[in-house]
Design a binder for this molecule. Sequence first.
Ligand code: NAD
Length: 390
Amino acid sequence: MKAEEIKTIAIIGAGDMGHGIAELCALGGLKVHLYDIKEEFVARGRNRIKESLEKQVSKQKLAAGAMTSALDAIQGFTELGKAVQGIDFMIEAAPEVLDLKTRIFKEADAHAPKHAILASNTSNMSITQMGAATKRPGQVVGVHFFNPVMLMALVEIIRGSGTSAETMETGFQLMARMKNFRGAMVPVRVEKDTPGFIYNRLGAPIGLYMAELYERGLVEPEAVDAKIRSIGAPMGPYEIMDFTGLDVNLHGNEYFAQTLSPEFKPRGWMKRLVAEGKLGKKTGAGIFAWPGGNRPAIDLKKADPNFDVTDIICLQVNEGTKLLEAGVTHSAAEIDKAVINGGGAAFGPFALAKGMGWAKVATQCEAISKRLGIQWFMPTETLRKGAIEI
Ligand code: NAD
């Protein structure tokens, strides 16, 4: 089915992501079936949408009529079988538990119209496995948003091994016509179901690098963050870890340790902080203190003169070339597009590193790898040969 024929969408799970996706789709003119396991969770999701839209109306960024139409377009459900009746598309945003997700896909498959496409907002789990739980694997696809949905433009459209070309195209075109509060959504194709897809995968080596440097006492988080802030980044990497939650980072590292390389295993400092309940922003303390949930005071004068910010760019480029080699995406420009729109960077790593020359990027990755004894950072063949077009 074509994207323009899609009129009704079911959003499964009305939490942080689900309510944002429902808001986006309702504003985009779709009829939304918002499902959660309890009436109170549906109501909470709907209230969050209402508050968010009201804020836009009070700032005169949204017409009151558009808010009313969007709210009227959302109907709540607590029975999955009913929520998927009469839909054209579904986006599942339930907790990140594979068993739960495959159960949802199985049940949705049994009750949704034959033509409907079933999508998951999973951060990491296998679209292929979700497809296999249904009798329509060709119509199962990943549609991965970033938090908060109404502010982050990137949405990754992920091909499971059974996903048809038509389903990929429909998912892509549906998202291309959506707009959040900042402007048009930016869909990026992920041609293979791979750990971290594109955006989170490019973050993986940075997380590993920062975790290792801190573990070995080679850096002070405040000094690194001050250095990175000094070149215009809104947040340094350690503050981002605290902001996301050290528990979330720990799970991410465990997942990459299982799927990519044991070198990603969570470092001791992170395990200690999580065990002490110091999870970052949400608990008021993590790597930094977050008094009352407010941002940590980073003294920009403490910027570490020895920390080379191009290390981060080099490691990201190297990771990107692994995605190119694996056929996850066919273009370095698409990787840059994902990085820019998923995190608000002004430039992507390939555009930034091009001026350094690929040979220097490869040498720098090799030096980091040897210095820390981390094999994962060794440059790929593609990077060594400079076989990159941008
Ligand atoms: P959340 O905990 O805020 O929301 C999950 C919602 O699912 C809750 O409202 C919960 O009541 C509901 N739920 C529980 N059991 C359910 C079931 N059996 N069927 C349907 N709904 C059920 O979680 P979230 O952060 O919105 O994450 C949802 C999904 O989105 C996860 O797969 C997560 O990995 C992914 N994701 C999260 C982020 C993020 O930054 N939070 C970003 C991208 C993707």
